[in-house]
Design a protein around this ligand. Sequence first.
Ligand code: ATP
Length: 234
Amino acid sequence: MLEVLNLSVKYGDLQVLFDINLSVRDGEIVSIIGANGAGKTTIIKTISGLVKSVSGEIRFLGKRLDKLPPHLVAEMGVMQVPEGRGIFPLLTVQENLEMGAYVPSARKQMRESMKKVFEMFPRLEERKSQLARTLSGGEQQMLAIGRALMGRPKLLLVDEPSLGLAPILAREVFQTIKSLNSQGTTILLVEQDVRQSLALCHRGYVLENGRIVLEGTGSALLGDERIKRAYLGL
Ligand code: ATP
């Protein structure tokens, strides 16, 4: 579904991604793990068109993405749940969700999408008339995911969904990602919670200083001595 080929990215003179190669197949959850500053968010932002690459290619369903502006990437079915959630605090929950259906094809199906999001997150329906800023952190994360779902994604890019959440809420978020995937959404996940994210994914990539240094199935990576030492404190 997604192919990233020899991707390099710079911010000004500072190169942060070096020859990244990764792929996501239809139906998978693929995780990218790595320390703070390794370049995980930059990969997500480059796929969604917010950051431009200096070389390499990104292909989605066989078509080049990397020359497109973000709204056309979204139009192709690639939606991002940004790090920090990026909700609109002074809009209601319902208005935030409506904002997610900005892509013309998604706008036509807004009512049906909203129904699905409320089935998945009943708490959002209970709170649909509240201002988004009054939601708890976990609910705001659900709202950010729900808003992306309103765009009818084929591929969902999820950046650090557990950040700032209590462990019990983080587990709920991971459960949500799992059930979204089992209902057919393909997911590329960036996470600092290495244990949970490797347990959840089909395949994973390890990013260090802008380079992919290891890849494998989630279970193989979880059992890898280097991962245990560097990321799991074992
Ligand atoms: P984190 O988990 O902290 O978000 P990350 O792995 O997602 O880390 P990135 O946010 O992609 O890492 O950042 C990679 C590198 O690029 C870091 O050194 C960061 O300081 C730098 N960087 C990120 N955004 C910019 C920017 N807009 N301008 C300049 N440098 C940036």
